[in-house]
Write a protein that binds this ligand. Structure first.
Ligand code: AKB
Length: 356
């Protein structure tokens, strides 16, 4: 379907009549869990969640509708978007970096194919309903690629335009999807006579490693820190697959959810870019192990690096520059390194395993 919006008129989703209808893909994953809870606080939001897997009971009950299905199934996605008159999409479904290196072609199909389908359907939906669709995509520090460990250790906090040479399929997929989103929102069908005004409002966050107390990640290469914490809290030994000096940027899950909601609500006029770095602190595996041992004195942590996974993390930056996110939409981490552990990670993970 061809977009038929009015030439020169860019409608802001926040000025539209009617309530918000949000589609969340990959909703049963770690971020979906927190995002559904965060969005539910607003009574007037209609939440439609979809995933290949059934949602856990606690989040299922917070959604207006849940569909078990594949994000690559274009007719299912079209049906969901049209039937629920979707105004916003949080597209979380993806194969993460470690999983994707086992099945790179499948990763491409899901990570790129799924995003492409949704962008195309959003453009067509916004045209037929005459309303913009806000499209929020989590991207990743995996879009960066350091050429050597020496570069990683000397380059400092990288800005969005730096070192965009990803090593992994996941990083390549996400970098391309960032460009696709920007293309659909700013240049879609730029030579077509009837192109009208694009009505995809695309916003993207480059997330660092995420640490959650209530859920455990799977399939990522930043999993060494959350795995270490969950093992210690549940009294299990842990062998880290990266060296002690391995450093990347991090953020806690509550801050990740806050930043997704914050960019989702930001005033369109203030967003100078479509892609923003976010992060709260930078820490090495060894520094985290020290904090874990201080809180769980019996913790058994050893370091037995896996050459291939180590190479992936060595290609990611030690830190990212978040000044654009701060300047354009007010991003500010809730906690620094020590506070993140003392105020959220340790108490929440203790509670989680006490109640389990
Ligand atoms: C992964 O490890 O693949 C993700 C990421 C850093 O995007 N957690």
């Amino acid at each position: 379907m061809i977009p038929v919006c009015r030439e020169g008129v860019r409608m802001n989703i926040d000025e539209q009549p009617g309530s918000r209808s949000v589609l969340i893909t990959g909703a049963s994953g770690e971020i979906g869990h927190g995002l559904i809870k965060g969005l539910r606080v607003h009574d007037d939001i209609h939440i439609v969640a979809t995933d290949l897997k059934e949602l856990p009971e606690d989040t299922h009950g917070l959604c207006d509708e849940v569909h078990v299905g594949d994000v690559c199934d274009a007719s299912l996605m079209q049906q969901l978007i049209a039937m629920h008159e979707v105004t916003e999409i949080y597209h979380l479904a993806a194969l993460l970096s470690s999983r994707a290196e086992h099945v790179p072609e499948v990763a491409h199909e899901v990570n790129v194919g799924g995003t492409f389908n949704l962008l195309k359907l959003s453009a067509s939906h916004s045209a037929s309903f005459g309303r913009p669709v806000r499209f929020i995509l989590p991207s990743t520090i995996a879009v960066y690629g350091m050429s050597s460990l020496a570069q990683k250790q000397s380059v400092g906090a990288v800005s969005e335009g730096d070192c965009n040479e990803p090593r992994t399929m996941y990083g390549c997929n996400k970098l391309y999807c960032e460009h696709l989103g920007r293309y659909y929102s700013r240049h879609y069908r730029s030579l077509a006579e009837d192109r009208g005004t694009t009505m995809i409002d695309f916003r993207c966050l480059r997330l660092p490693g995420i640490i959650a107390a209530e859920t455990k990640p799977t399939g990522g290469t930043s999993d060494f820190v959350p795995e270490m914490l969950h093992a210690a809290a549940s009294g299990m030994p842990y062998a880290s697959f990266v060296r002690e000096d391995t450093r990347i940027p991090w953020m806690t899950m509550p801050e990740c959810i806050d930043s997704m909601l914050q960019i989702g609500r930001a005033d369109e006029g203030s967003l100078k870019h479509s892609v923003y770095n976010v992060s709260s602190f930078s820490a090495s595996a060894g520094e985290v192990a020290d904090m874990v041992r201080a809180s769980f004195p019996g913790a058994q942590i050893e370091f037995t690096p896996d050459v291939d996974r180590q190479a992936i993390v060595d290609s990611w930056p030690e830190d990212v520059d978040v000044s654009s996110a701060h300047d354009d939409w007010g991003f500010s981490p809730r906690w620094g390194h020590e506070e993140a552990f003392s105020q959220y990670i340790i108490p929440s993970i203790r509670t989680h395993y006490t109640q389990a």
